[in-house]
Design a protein around this ligand. Structure first.
Ligand SMILES: [Zn+2]
Length: 361
């Protein structure tokens, strides 16, 4: 694999990294970013919103193999971004949430055929009680022969924002810590893995929860789309591109897998969770760039982007965001590369007008 050739070179020149910068090919083809793909089921008999068919999943793997991608494990990408090491362009990480058994029976053999590492974010209570449809600890251990990263998705897959009645902020954060540390301990006890990588159930969190996660030493991964750089990794909610039967077009996969992060210098937004009708205003300051920033709001199509001096953009939908989870997605063409885009997403969560939580579909 090209990845290993590249790592070997870095080893050989350990202490002489300047020499690497003078080496023509990797520089021309190097980057400080990657893309994380998120899947749940690989199956045809599970809900469309959390499933992709084995046929389309195989097509994703074929594209990664034949169109110049480097499939890395999550720890490799995290380590490289944190250390600000140059990585090859088009690095992609494959992740699965929830540890469904079709990952062991259907996805893992396909990934093995391609020699690709992957990550499973495990909600440990389901595995502990041998719930139908989930992997067992034996299955998870067996996957480790295949370069699998086993990471944290809470014990019970709770909604982190839906606080039990009567609990103070402090007590609720303590309850969340028991969920998250508890899952980490179970994964460590059963498999020896202990990464402190955490995927938010439903991709939901707010600033207080993200801060707490970071204080507890976890690296958080969300479900808002977009390419990843060091800034986003350290933001506490790294983006991942979700794929399911509603997003199964291969052209869409190609755009997402090849995307680059938006060069955000500064970002302001009014909050994470709203309990009334609001039109959130997102302000992005970008590094010097060419091309036109285009933004979309969930269910509203293209939205107005006001361009201000110094590459500042003010982004606001015409209508309030809908109850539930929604997003503003913004793209910017990559200069000189037709069909490639910088991609950025900001998630909004809106409760029902009476302050209660929306039902989970
Ligand atoms: Zn989940």
């Amino acid at each position: 694999m090209v990845k290993h050739a590249f790592s070997a070179l870095l080893c050989l020149v350990n202490g002489l990294l300047i020499a690497v910068h003078g080496w023509a090919e990797p520089v021309a083809n190097s980057a400080h970013h990657g893309v994380i793909l998120q899947y749940h089921h690989i199956a045809t008999d599970t809900p469309a919103s959390t499933s992709l068919s084995p046929k389309v999943f195989r097509q994703h793997l074929e594209i990664l193999k034949t169109e110049g991608y480097h499939v890395w494990g999550l720890p490799e990408l995290v380590t490289a971004l944190r250390a600000e090491q140059a990585v090859p362009d088009r690095v992609v990480v494959i992740t699965f949430d929830d540890a469904y058994d079709d990952i062991a029976t259907t996805a893992a053999p396909l990934l093995n055929e391609f020699g690709y590492p992957f990550t499973v974010f495990v909600s440990t209570d389901f595995v502990d009680r041998k719930q139908h449809g989930y992997m067992t600890w034996d299955q998870l251990r067996a996957l480790q022969a295949q370069d699998v990263t086993l990471a944290n998705h809470t014990r019970s897959h709770l909604h982190l924002l839906r606080r039990d009645e009567g609990l103070s902020d402090r007590d609720w954060l303590q309850a969340l810590r028991r969920e998250i540390d508890g899952a980490e301990q179970r994964i460590k006890a059963e498999t020896g893995q202990n990464w402190r990588y955490f995927a938010y159930p439903y991709g939901e969190a707010d600033a207080a929860i993200i801060d707490a996660l970071q204080d507890w030493g976890y690296l958080g991964f969300g479900q808002q789309s977009g390419a990843l750089d060091k800034r986003l990794l350290e933001s506490g909610m790294a983006p991942r591109f979700p794929f399911n039967e509603h997003y199964r077009e291969l052209a869409d996969f190609r755009v997402k897998a090849s995307s680059l992060p938006l060069p955000v210098v500064q970002e302001t937004f009014p909050g994470w969770v709203f309990a009334e009708a609001v039109i959130p205003e997102l302000r992005l300051q970008l590094a010097d760039h060419k091309g036109q920033l285009t933004c979309f709001a969930s269910g509203q199509g293209p939205i107005k982007v006001l361009s201000k001096p110094q590459h500042v953009y003010v982004i606001k939908a015409p209508k309030p965001v809908a109850v539930g989870r929604s997003r503003y997605n913004c793209t910017l063409p990559v200069a000189g590369e037709a069909g490639r885009f910088h991609w950025y997403s900001r998630m909004w969560i809106r409760k029902r007008d009476d302050g209660s939580w929306y039902p989970e579909p």
